[in-house]
Design a protein around this ligand. Sequence first.
Ligand SMILES: [Cu+2]
Length: 502
Amino acid sequence: MPSTRRSFLASALALTSGIIAVACAAYPDAQTNPAIAFTVGQSRAADAARLQPLPLKITASSFHMDPSAFTLPVGRPVQLTFQNQDTVQHQITITGMPAKVLDANSFAKIKQVTSLTDLDAILSGIPNRTVSFIVDPGQTVVATFVPTAPGTFDLQCQSPGHRDAGMISKVFVTAPSNAATPVANGAVAAATAIASPTAMPINMPGMAMSQGVALATATPTPHQAVDPTLLPIAPGTTKDIAFKTIDTNLEIAPGVTLAAWTFDGRIPGPFLHLRQGDTVRFTLTNGSSMPHSIDFHAARTAPNVDYKSIAPGESYTFTWQAADPGAFLYHCGTAPMLQHLAEGMYGGVVVDAVDHPLPPVDRAFAFVQGEYYLTAPDANGIVRADLQKATNDAPDEVVFNGYVNQYMTQPIEVKVGEKIRVYLVNAGPNHFSAFHVVGTIFDHVWVDGNPNNDLRGVQTWTVAPGEGAAFDFVLSKPGNYSMVTHSFADAGKGAMAVFKAQ
Ligand SMILES: [Cu+2]
């Protein structure tokens, strides 16, 4: 566990006595939602799915929620099992999400129904409320509800400071693709305690809205973590490298699919490894629907010439010299750059020094840190980059190598005592990385990855948007070592990884 989280835990414990009072206070975020009309889905499979409550498990540990994002279809009953592994109480709410909150009776009835007509008849008598419940330390609570309107919401802990510490998970409620069955309003939030007799339902003021039910399907596919291993340098001193810009839908968190703008269909784009002095003959082909460009921070060239925007269907080739060693960003430089970066158009380059190279290591890894700013999902459940949110510097997710917490669920396996080098390139577009590996100290930080910039014995090092660095360290005992940005709001949004040392 990160050391700051330990100290946070201590302060949180001190606050526990005041939590019950806070739980009963008004929820300022519970606002009226726009009326939404919809129709009942036509597919039999979709209908059958609506009759089957969706099991959802969320675990809170070390002030972190797992999963950190998930998708729910409008109109399908959800059985949320929330497990609190922390040593303090959590007050969970899904802020602003209208839902039919089901008590034990109505949920039991819903489990019995065999037709959508019966299901909707039961739901029509239940008003919309905010899903809220309290979970005591070490306890598990089950909350049952039916989301009734699409949108992006925060499932978060309302205890003071917990959200900022990472107690937040994104809820994407996908709209029905067709439908039109207006139903009624008004009800009570309920939670059923499994193990804790003190788990309490919190009654919320009703939310005026019209609503109905239908289903969008969401089939979760297991994400394969991007291999962070730095690839070896290809032979030859002239490198022919070609990128194609591609518009494609990419999963960026469990159940969250971004209509992404990419280099080569990936976020980040291909990570390049070059040797100082290499000549790069680079071709950018625009396979997208709008102009794009590339800006190599590793190059020295005229940006108005080589970093110009390329129209859809066109290509441009230019040549540059990898004269400077280091860890560099590349990104699309087309305006508004903020949007093109937030859509995923970035990647990293490592140039190995020739005369005074960095010392050899046993393992070398490459990560690009980046932020996602997301709109609500569209009718197909797809989210987009939200330029307004990016301008307001309010990211939904902060990630290493394009995907939320992918190296938490799939830790990077290393050996005790081996020399490890991490190249970190920060794509931003807005946030500095306070790069830190819990449980060790960097023997070297090479600022910008350049061997001339050698720092020793560093605990945390700042990598600005548009900057890179190389970090050398050793993990001295078997165990799990978290790699984070020590800006913990960002770590809580997905910028965490684990090295598993054996
Ligand atoms: Cu672009």
